[in-house]
Design a protein around this ligand. Structure first.
Ligand SMILES: [Zn+2]
Length: 237
């Protein structure tokens, strides 16, 4: 099994690793990885693997049969090769800031309105959230965006740790999305925004809310009687 380093330290930008399998000359598994695979509403990482002077771009990362598979852009890598892996850190760091921002925003909005999250997808340049809620307007959403931005100016730490499944599932709101029920594993990974929000989550996050900066509301849409869609993005400094 691959050791999943981004769960232990989401700030690791490069590592050395050994190739443990190669399929169709382009799908590679490693003994350890910093590449996040697409899933849980977070896009996959990109970057490169270098062997000697040869560089292979990592163009897609997915989880297949429980293993993290890295798709490279050209053939040649072999089992046993030592490679130096480097993340496209700009992309990843943006996704970390966006992911933590989306937890905070969802927490404020759900606690304030009683809404339930029905969908959530991070993209490189924006976040899409679906909520089930009857009454909803742009001003209300803007209030929660403003409230989030106030919290992003404070030093509030974000921690990740594991809790036994039974214990974790007793925490109110630990699972914001009904469909995203966590896999049947003995321990759940918890992402806690200190004193504000706890969620079962396998994604990558910043260590402190201050790293997020600010978010901006892009648009809201009605999707049927109950379903509301919100788009927001990180504001450029
Ligand atoms: Zn999340």
């Amino acid at each position: 099994m691959t050791r999943i380093l981004y769960l232990e330290d989401s700030y690791l930008k490069e590592i050395d690793a050994t190739i443990t399998s190669v399929k169709d000359d382009k799908y590679v598994t490693l003994d350890q990885t910093i590449f996040y695979p697409k899933g849980g509403g977070q896009p996959h990482d990109t970057g490169s693997m270098t062997r000697g002077v040869q560089r292979y771009n990592v163009i897609y990362v997915g989880k297949f049969s429980g293993e993290i598979s890295h798709e490279v852009d050209k053939p040649g890598l072999q089992v046993g090769d030592k490679v130096h892996c480097v993340l496209d850190w700009n992309r990843r760091y943006k996704l970390m800031r966006t992911h933590t921002a989306s937890h905070l925003f969802a927490s404020l909005l759900c606690n304030g309105t009683g809404a339930l999250v029905t969908g959530n997808q991070l993209e490189e340049d924006k976040v899409r959230f679906d909520f089930s809620l009857e009454k909803f307007d742009r001003d209300t959403v803007q209030c929660y965006i403003d409230e989030a931005n106030k919290l992003f100016r404070r030093d509030i730490s974000v921690k990740t740790y594991e809790l036994p499944r039974e214990e974790a599932l007793k925490i109110p709101g630990i699972i914001k999305m009904a469909e995203a029920y966590p896999p049947n594993v003995p321990n759940l990974r918890i992402v806690e925004i200190d004193g504000i929000d706890m969620q079962a989550d396998g994604g990558t996050h910043v260590r402190d809310l201050k790293e997020i900066g600010r978010i901006e509301l892009l648009k809201i849409e009605n999707k049927g009687k109950q379903n509301r869609r919100v788009y927001f993005k990180l504001a450029e400094p």
